[in-house]
Ligand binder design. Sequence first.
Ligand code: AMP
Length: 113
Amino acid sequence: MSETLFEKIINREIPADIIYEDDLSIVIKDIHPQAPTHLLIIPKKVIPKLSDSSIEDQEVLGHLMLVAGKVAEQLNLDNTFRIVINNGAKAGQSVFHLHLHLLSGRSLNWPPG
Ligand code: AMP
């Protein structure tokens, strides 16, 4: 299997604006931001999409949520942000390596488009 785009970023094969990293995850700035703050919270384990995850991924999935909260706190986002996971091409997923979008810094409509 060829490396995913995000594996190449994790392995420093292509550059990215990395704002946080630990054993299980990495957080980068989205290259095409949809809000003043638009981060991607990415597990180092390659899970193509959320619906491919299983009970053995429980720790890493929970970890991603905790990292989202921690990074939001560090960036002083005023406890105001949205987490999005696009699951599948028809839901807008373009990179098939699970990631959470964290969006903040502008009004966010509901329901999302
Ligand atoms: P999704 O469409 O949910 O799979 O999200 C993939 C995201 O990755 C999009 O918001 C893209 O803008 C973003 N993206 C694509 N290439 C890069 C890159 N080289 N560095 C940072 N973000 C990227």
